[in-house]
Design a protein around this ligand. Structure first.
Ligand code: PLP
Length: 480
């Protein structure tokens, strides 16, 4: 019988999980290429990001802390933009991490922004992202959110249900007549509409990150004919301008096989649209989901190669179907911000559990990184405030919450001289960590600090872009 707890899920306690602790790395102090922000180094044994010592960051801003390398984000924006240039377009999926500063960076690097709620839309608009560079998603957009999007003149709205098409028809009705009062209507605006298609592709990723198999909530099913009907209704609607099709098959995907099947099916729909309506789709949005490296085991594709494969796939499918190639759009989220950010924690208690492993408790946890608990995600972790030559110690980095699933790094090899007060750094936490953060146990959400080696004419700089939440923030909501 194993003494090692098995991960949540349909596994028996006496079967060792396939991801049982990997062997200790040869050098516990090494920063593996591809996992850390491009501006991360060890200097005098201490981790620096953008040239700034993490001990200084912790002293000034406290821990837990998200440290975001602005230069890294910008460089990835440029890579995506150049890889899909000249005609392809790249929209940053703001759900990965949505803050005004980051949206300004991506916008100034030439990317559009994809939002999926009225809240994200307001952040984008208030950051000064040009409305025509915004695409709005969401599987349950309210009339108010749609009204705001249409009034702001955003570039594209991706419809996800028949109700939404009806709501947009209502908002853009050129002859509103004696309709009851409601949110402002925008007759004559003709928003560009993409129809989100569920292609039935099973992306090889975690169930909660796959979005195009039939048994889930997003989009219009191709198999049932709902997608064809949605296009029919959009085209029939005088206030809407049918712009094309959208497909997003999931997240953290490493190969393009799923995109190939999805593109084949979407192009099949495009052919039917041409035959039925005489309309050739102008845009094909293949969504995001491009994988990044979280650990040494992850082999993320080069963006340039990815772009070439997607272009080839769409070219081949369109040529075979006798269609001109529509403009290709992609929406990476994690690929833009994921590798840019490191979570810094202070070590609290250290508990050796009966020779099985050492539990290292840090001052954050599932409230600032839910991905380990939610998706069984894997992370690397290093001692950041100093180097150590001590022997490796099999550890589990856990948080301070009242859940045994409150795990940040399931398997970590840390030096055996680790002590309370040391700083730990977990890389690749730029996407879906701050944006999924919670106040569980009334823990306040950490600040996000941007560092840049090249800011202000070469001066190294660190500045908060999202301030730390305070207990007063939380208490002010408690009005009972
Ligand atoms: N586009 C859509 C429609 C999505 O749902 C998502 C993620 O859920 C993305 C883009 C971004 O995915 P990723 O951050 O994995 O690139």
């Amino acid at each position: 019988m194993s003494r090692v707890a098995h991960p949540a899920g349909p596994r028996h306690g006496d079967v060792l999980p396939a991801d049982h602790p990997p062997a200790a790395p040869p050098d516990l102090n090494a920063l593996l290429a591809g996992i850390w922000p491009r501006g991360a180094r060890r200097s005098g044994g201490v981790l620096t990001i953008g040239g700034i010592d993490v001990r200084d960051l912790a002293a000034e801003f406290g821990t837990p802390l998200y440290v975001c390398d602005e230069d890294d984000v910008r460089s990835r924006c440029r890579e995506y933009r150049e890889a899909f240039a000249p005609e392809g377009r790249v929209f940053y999926a703001a759900k990965a991490f949505c803050s005004r500063a980051v949206l300004r960076w991506v916008s100034s690097e030439g990317l559009g922004v994809d939002v999926c709620t009225g809240g994200e839309l307001e952040v984008a608009l208030s950051a000064g992202v040009p409305p025509e560079q915004i695409t709005m998603h969401g599987n349950n957009k309210t009339l108010e959110e749609l009204s705001r999007a249409v009034a702001a003149g955003i570039g594209h709205i991706v419809v996800d249900s028949f109700e939404e098409i009806a709501r947009l028809a209502y908002l853009t009705d050129p002859n509103p007549g004696g309709r009851p009062p409601g949110p402002p209507r925008e007759a004559g605006t003709h928003p560009n509409v993409l129809v989100r298609v569920t292609t039935g592709v099973e992306a090889h990723t975690h169930e909660f990150m796959a979005t195009a198999h039939d048994d889930q909530k997003f989009g219009f099913s191709l198999a049932s004919g709902a997608a064809d009907e949605a296009v029919r209704r959009v085209i029939d609607c005088p206030g809407l301008s049918f712009a094309g099709l959208h497909s997003h098959i999931g997240s953290q995907i490493f190969d393009t096989a799923g995109f190939e099947v999805a593109a084949h099916r979407v192009v099949g729909l495009a052919v039917r649209i041409r035959d039925e309506h005489g309309v050739e789709i102008a845009e094909l949005d293949l969504g995001g989901g491009f994988g990044i490296a979280y650990t040494a085991e992850d082999d993320a594709p080069e963006v340039k190669e990815l772009a070439q494969s997607l272009r080839d796939i769409v070219d081949d499918q369109c040529r075979a179907a006798g269609l001109p190639r529509p403009r290709l759009t992609v929406e990476p989220g994690r690929g833009i911000v994921g590798p840019s950010t490191v979570s810094l924690y202070t070590v609290g208690t250290i508990k050796d559990v009966d020779g099985i492993r050492t539990y290292v408790s840090v001052d954050g946890g599932m409230s600032d990184n839910i991905r380990t608990a939610l998706y069984d995600a894997s992370y690397e972790c290093v001692l950041a405030s100093r180097e150590s030559a001590a022997a490796p110690m099999l550890s589990r980095v856990v948080g301070r919450h009242c859940e045994s699933g409150d795990i940040v790094v399931r398997h970590a090899w840390l030096p055996s001289d680790l002590a309370p007060g040391d700083l730990l750094a977990v890389p690749a936490t730029g996407a879906y960590c701050r944006s999924l953060a919670s106040n569980y146990n009334h823990v306040t959400r950490p600040a996000v600090v941007a560092v840049s080696a090249g800011a202000s004419g070469g001066q190294r700089a660190a500045r908060p872009i999202v301030r730390r939440e305070t207990l007063d923030d939380l208490l002010s909501l408690d009005v009972g």
